[in-house]
Ligand binder design. Structure first.
Ligand code: GDP
Ligand code: IMO
Ligand code: MG
Length: 420
């Protein structure tokens, strides 16, 4: 059996959590392969709205096993809060959640380092979620990190040594901090973590695949936030693309099956960095309000703009996307005209590739598409789609050269239509 991958094709928040939740009954395992609690994946069903940060989006399905893979960085404090709020919904995650021994731990001092680094950058800040993601991955690649598996072996000693290093590092910043209180909370949260099974997830996952079990790897962030291929330095610190699922779970490339790419019918970005199709006018405000574009993790307003097909083609190429899911089509219900960037104009030249540097000279070239001007949220069959939406989907498929398999028309689990 091959492992499928689902990931975001834009700058995150494409609706990955919702789509994973919808697809999870067809999978035995949902496995997160990178990122950490910078992610906010929203699930809505039975009038419940739930946001997951460290935990995979299959957690509400009793028969689905969930795995936090080695590529993830995990914050025990946020993890404990997630476990507690799942408890309130009568979900006991100890039943169906396993954690890789090789996943890295986010320490309180990683969060302080993140905040200190952002403050020191002033106007040039990345707009990080301040969850300690970058310092934790720095310690991973710098070979200093603490892993889940360390919790059971001379843990306090290793913790103290790493924090001492962080305190030295913090001296280069003009930054006040108090670690004591968070440290107490962190060690309490480690006790919650200990209730879970720590596993050699690469063995578990490969064994399950060999036994014919179906696994879906769940991406966090989006392709344009990838550490190598995103809009560097305004990116996150992990490989968000499909290759990241091989690294982040220990699955060889020869065992990858479908690659499901999720994108919004328009585009958003939270944090700093270039965004060629961003709208600074009433239309941008309309998208933000109708789409409720406020960060699931930080509550920050998301920047909004038209769909960018140059960026999407790039994402599809990098990930080897085999099928697409378009979310938030309903957000465009009231628009007379929809715009889609099919190319960029850079110094008077038309280009269809993403340039090394995206800046104010990267001018989107738009194609206008007639809007459908009707309510999509109650539609459940594609034969009830307005013809303008059908046209929009065919236009996208022609431009992107990959079939669209699902259209999402609202946040709820039921508001999705299989079109292929
Ligand atoms: P993720 O990080 O990719 O999982 O996405 P987020 O959960 O951060 O952001 C997506 C937001 O859009 C959430 O509030 C979802 O509930 C919501 N959402 C998902 N699909 C749809 C849709 O088709 N229509 C509308 N209106 N909202 C949606
Ligand atoms: P999900 O999984 C949207 C952005 C931050 C910032 C940059 C770096 O919900 O789609 P970091 O905290 O990783 O150092 O921040 O990346 N960012 C996200 N934007 N969705 C996310 O996750 C994000 N995770 C990080 O806003 O610009
Ligand atoms: Mg999100």
């Amino acid at each position: 059996m091959k492992m499928d991958i689902l990931l975001g094709l834009q700058w995150g928040d494409e609706g990955k959590g919702k789509v994973v939740d919808v697809l999870s009954p067809s999978y035995d395992v949902i496995a997160r392969f990178q990122g950490g609690p910078n992610a906010g994946h929203t699930l809505e069903f039975n009038n419940i709205k739930h946001i997951l940060h460290n935990i995979p989006s299959g957690i509400f399905r009793k028969d689905t096993m969930n795995i936090i893979g080695n590529g993830v960085v995990l914050d025990p404090i946020i993890f404990k809060k997630e476990i507690d709020s799942l408890h309130k919904l009568n979900v006991d995650a100890t039943r169906n959640l396993l954690i890789s021994k090789k996943a890295h731990l986010i320490l309180p001092s990683h969060r302080i380092l993140d905040a200190a680094s952002e403050k020191s950058k002033g106007a040039g800040k990345i707009g990080s979620t301040l969850k300690g993601i970058s310092p934790t991955y720095m310690d991973k690649t710098g070979r200093n990190g603490l892993r889940i598996g360390d919790i059971t072996i001379h843990f306090r000693e290793k913790y103290d040594a790493l924090v001492a290093k962080h305190k030295k590092l913090l001296q280069i910043y003009d930054f006040d901090y108090d670690i004591k209180e968070t440290e107490t909370e962190w060690f309490e949260a480690i006790n919650t973590l200990k209730k879970f099974k720590f596993i050699d997830s690469e063995y578990v996952i490969n064994d399950l695949l060999n036994k014919g079990k179906k696994i879906l790897a769940e991406g966090a962030q989006g392709t344009l936030l990838d550490i190598d291929f995103g809009s560097y330095p305004f990116v996150t610190s992990s490989n968000t693309i499909s290759a990241g699922a091989c690294i982040g779970l220990g699955v060889p490339p020869s065992k990858i099956g479908k690659v499901i790419g999720v994108f919004k019918a328009y585009c958003t970005r939270v944090g700093s960095g270039p965004f060629p199709t961003e709208l600074f006018d009433d239309t941008g405000d309309d998208l933000r309000l109708t789409g409720q574009e406020f960060g699931s993790t930080t509550g920050r307003p998301r920047r909004c703009g038209w769909i960018d097909l140059v960026a999407l083609r790039y994402s599809i190429m990098l990930n080897g996307v085999t099928q697409l899911v378009m979310t938030k089509a309903d957000v465009l219900d009231n628009f007379d005209t929809i715009y889609a960037a099919t190319a960029y104009k850079v110094n008077g030249k038309i280009i269809r590739c993403l340039p090394y540097q995206l800046d104010k000279n990267t001018i989107p070239v738009y194609k206008k598409i007639k809007g459908w001007k009707c309510k999509l949220t109650d539609i459940r069959r594609n034969k009830d789609f307005p013809k303008e939406l059908v046209n929009y989907i065919s236009f996208l498929e022609k431009e992107l050269e990959v079939p669209v398999h699902y259209i999402s028309v609202g946040p709820d689990r039921n508001q999705i239509i299989k079109v292929k």
